[in-house]
Write a protein that binds this ligand. Structure first.
Ligand code: PEP
Length: 252
């Protein structure tokens, strides 16, 4: 069975001091939990303060972005060497807020992912359709395009794919479990077409308005290897509850 991954995306919430407080609360609740990979992704301005709290614990640090060049004249961007030095082990790429608010193309997402993987970080590749694309029956077409571009030329890598239907992110409208199951099965098929049987270990997780009460149903689904959690990861209590419910359901 693939390992569970529960990832908190703090987006542009928290300052260094409030992030520290949140990280301490999460650590107090979840340190010692070995049955899942538990990752927190604070904004870049809070990475250092959260690293002070979680590095060396069972809570792992992730970043929300990385640039593809090692360094250079790229105002506002984040370098891989900085992330490695801080102690990040994961990086989110292709989040719908990056794609649709900041206009990141599939090609840019691919370059960011490649840099992360080449430098030994694990990539969390977000894919997902917009609402009008779903209504037009284009979900698989969109996800194929996003995955094909991001994975072009890659060997089997340390990669998590997060299925995040855009219309479910931050809206309180979680996708129906049968739709999640169908899309995850499709993503897994695409992963194995590209990487062969090696892809069987790559987690495919769901993101989009996940709350503690959703997690048992999601984790009961064989195709769901965890969750990428936005809003509910900003409360240590609800994030810990999501982690606990996922683990309980998996081992039940
Ligand atoms: C996300 O930020 O990736 C996300 C899924 O957010 P939310 O859980 O708030 O929908």
């Amino acid at each position: 069975m693939r390992r569970l991954a529960l990832i908190g995306n703090w987006k542009m919430y928290t300052t260094p001091s409030s992030a520290r407080f949140l990280a301490e609360d999460i650590l107090n609740r979840l340190n010692g939990v070995k049955e899942a990979d538990i990752v927190v992704c604070p904004p870049s301005t809070s990475l250092v303060s959260v690293a002070d709290i979680v590095n060396g614990s069972d809570i792992v640090l992730g970043a929300q972005n990385v640039h593809w060049e090692r360094e250079g004249a790229f105002t506002g961007e984040i370098s891989i060497d900085a992330l490695v030095e801080i102690g990040c082990r994961y990086v989110i790429v292709g989040h719908s807020e990056r794609r649709h608010i900041f206009g990141e193309s599939d090609e840019v997402v691919a370059k960011r992912l490649r840099r992360a993987l080449e430098s030994g970080l694990k990539g969390i590749l977000c894919v997902g359709e917009k609402e009008d694309e779903r209504q037009r029956g284009e979900t698989e077409k969109v996800i194929s395009r996003q995955m094909d571009t991001a994975l072009e030329g890659l060997k089997r890598t340390e990669l998590i794919v997060a299925y995040e239907p855009v219309w479910a992110i931050g809206t309180g409208r979680r996708a129906e479990i049968r739709d999640v199951e169908a899309v995850h099965r499709f993503i897994r098929k695409r992963l194995s077409e590209r990487f062969g049987k090696d892809a069987s270990g790559n987690p495919v997780i769901y993101g989009g308005s996940v709350m503690p009460d959703d997690m048992a149903e999601l984790a009961a689904c064989e195709e769901v290897d965890g969750a990428l959690v936005g809003g509910a990861s900003l409360s240590a209590e609800s994030f810990a509850s999501i982690v606990t419910r996922a683990i309980e359901r998996r081992i039940a």
